[in-house]
Design a binder for this molecule. Structure first.
Ligand code: SF4
Ligand code: SF4
Length: 164
């Protein structure tokens, strides 16, 4: 099954998603938190006066840079690129483990609950001191799973590391 429907103030519309890279903020708990708002250099995220409010994404201001992905303590922000190719999309997510996956590595991709969705290929691994020990991993997957895939099976990453 694919094509999970999600909506909320932080979820970009499909119309916006097919135009290219954009953040997808899956934060639905009204907790006092707002580093995402402060992290965005384009002012695309607004939590508002009430710090327990849900973050709102201005999808037209967002260029999908991914900075906010590593700043969210709840690991609730993802990056999507549905315009990557005619048959594949990119999904980016925060990754706080070692070893890191390697670019080009084939991986098993999972949903928000850790359930297998589809096979994918690691497209990019971004690290930076500014990310504070959190990497941004980007996986290329069949396009129809862009709203389903949110992580990868870490066991496959470890197995790959052990073979080296
Ligand atoms: S991806 Fe970049 S531009 Fe978009 S909301 Fe996050 S920090 Fe702002
Ligand atoms: S930083 Fe993360 S958990 Fe906090 S409000 Fe923003 S999206 Fe929600």
């Amino acid at each position: 099954m694919s094509g999970m429907q999600l909506s909320g103030p932080g979820i970009p519309t499909q119309e916006r998603r097919i135009k290219g890279p954009v953040a997808c903020i899956e934060c639905f708990q009204q907790i006092p938190c707002n580093p995402c708002e402060e992290a965005c250099p384009r002012g695309a995220i607004t939590v508002g006066g009430e710090i327990t409010g849900l973050p709102h994404l201005d999808e037209d201001k967002c260029n999908g840079c991914g900075i906010c992905i590593t700043r969210c303590p709840g690991l609730a922000i993802f990056g999507l690129d549905e315009a990557y190719s005619s048959s594949t999309s990119l999904v980016s997510f925060p990754y706080e483990y070692v070893p890191l996956p390697e670019e080009g590595q084939k991986v098993r991709c999972t949903d928000r609950m850790g359930k297998f969705v589809t096979e994918g290929v690691i497209h990019k691994v971004r690290t930076s001191k500014a990310f504070d020990h959190t990497a941004i991993v980007t996986v290329e997957i069949p396009r129809e799973y862009v709203m389903d895939v949110r992580f990868i099976d870490r066991q496959g990453v470890k197995d790959n590391g052990q073979r080296e």
